[in-house]
Design a protein around this ligand. Sequence first.
Ligand SMILES: [Cu+2]
Length: 162
Amino acid sequence: MVRMQRLMSATLIVFMVFLLQYAWGHENRARVGVRTVGDLEIALYAWGAQDIVPPKKDTHHRPGKAATHHLDVRVYDLGRRIYVPYLNVKATITDLTKRREFTVELEPMIGEWLHYGANITLPHPGTYSILVDIQPPDIARFKHVADVWNSPAQTVFTYEYH
Ligand SMILES: [Cu+2]
C-alpha cells in the first residue's frame, strides 16, 4: 500500500514537472526580449493571432484583416512589484527587408498579466525591428508622487519571423 502511494506521488511529481516545463517553454519561445529602462522592466512577446473580446465601449469594433501575430508588451515596475496600468503604449514595426514601417497602438489587455497588446499582420517571414514607445499615464495624481511613472521610455527589439 505504501509502495503504491509512493509510486503515485512520484508519478504526480513527474507529471507536474512536465507541465511546468511545457508552460515555461511555451512562454520562453514567445518572448522576443526584455529590457530594463529605469525602474521599468519592459518585455515583448509575440504570439500567434489571438481571439480578443473587445471592451464594451468599443461600439465600432470590426474584425481586421487576418492577423499573423499578437504583440504583447508587459511593463513591470521592479521597485513597486506591479504591472503598470494606464500607460499609453505604441509599437513601430519596421520590415528590415523592404524598409517599410507601420505603427500600432497597443491597447490595455487582460491576459495572464495586465499588458498592452494588438493583433498585427506581418507581410512575410524575415527580420523586423520593433520599437516600443511608452508614455506616462494621463490620470490625476497626488503631488508627492509627481515623478512616479512619469518618464517616457523607448526600447527596440529585433524579431525574427520564420
Ligand atoms: Cu494581448
